[in-house]
Design a protein around this ligand. Structure first.
Ligand SMILES: [Zn+2]
Ligand SMILES: [Zn+2]
Length: 257
């Protein structure tokens, strides 16, 4: 016999939890997930200041080829003057914002075990994906891999967490791109050439990978010079990938040409 006690108890549990949650919020207002100081003012879990900082770095126009800030009047056929002569192996990029203000702080915390920021980071990445030029041109999301040793000590790959939260009607996640060399940490001041050398030959695809003739979207948290994304895209194309795009939370190094 079918009964409905669960529906009643679920309704009751939800109502009680809403009342208790509402009371709790009144008595002990939730603190901002970014600064931890001010009370949450928006539905995002952030205070007004952090939300404002976030929207300021996420609202600028950017070049769909390299991801840097660009005025729509300067881009020619979607390519900005900064990247016209660069060797870029990926076919397009989407970003949530510039690596500055509260977005920079949140990404650093997200990489350092602050998983409560995960839902905001996923929401930002997903918004960038939905408004990208290549949304309907993806077969696989491929998180930029960490070397197993770094992954082991950190406990998670932040790019995989981002990829897992993306909404798409058909694309699947593949982890068949691997990092075979544990590259040095890349300080912000490292030159473009030094970064490229640091990651050269650092990636490979697994035996029986699914990439031949497919369209890939790499997922990462930060693009600085693009050396890592470039090397990943090169490896995937050598494995037969048709197209490789990049989705990142933020783009740093605006002046690195
Ligand atoms: Zn805040
Ligand atoms: Zn550009």
């Amino acid at each position: 016999m079918i009964t409905t006690p669960n529906r009643t108890s679920n309704w009751f549990t939800r109502a009680v939890s809403d009342i208790v949650g509402g009371l709790g919020q009144l008595l002990w207002p939730a603190k901002c997930a970014n600064c931890g100081e001010h009370s949450v003012e928006t539905g995002s879990g952030l205070c007004g200041d952090c939300w404002e900082g976030l929207t300021s770095v996420c609202s600028a126009d950017y070049c769909r080829h390299c991801g840097r800030d660009v005025s729509p009047y300067v881009a020619c056929e979607g390519i900005c003057p900064n990247c016209r002569d660069e060797e870029i192996h990926f076919d397009g990029i989407a970003r949530a914002g510039r690596y500055a203000e509260s977005l920079r702080k949140m990404i650093l915390a997200f990489k350092n075990d602050s998983t409560e920021l995960g839902s905001i980071m996923v929401w930002l990445a997903d918004t960038a994906l939905q408004t990208s030029t290549f949304f309907n041109d993806i077969d696989f999301f491929v998180p930029v891999p960490l070397h197993w040793r770094r992954r082991f000590f950190r406990g998670y790959n932040q790019s995989y967490l981002l990829a897992r939260g993306l909404k798409h009607h058909s694309a699947e996640i593949s982890t068949d791109l691997v990092r075979i060399r544990n590259t040095k940490e890349q300080p912000t001041m490292m030159t473009v050439a030094a970064r490229a050398k640091n990651v050269a030959g650092a990636f490979a695809v697994r035996y029986r990978h699914p990439f031949a003739g497919r369209r890939i979207c790499l997922v990462d948290d930060i693009k600085t010079t693009g050396a890592t994304l470039n090397e990943c895209a090169k490896t995937l194309k050598e494995a037969g990938a048709l197209k490789v795009y990049a989705l990142v939370l933020s783009v740093a190094g605006q002046n690195n040409v």
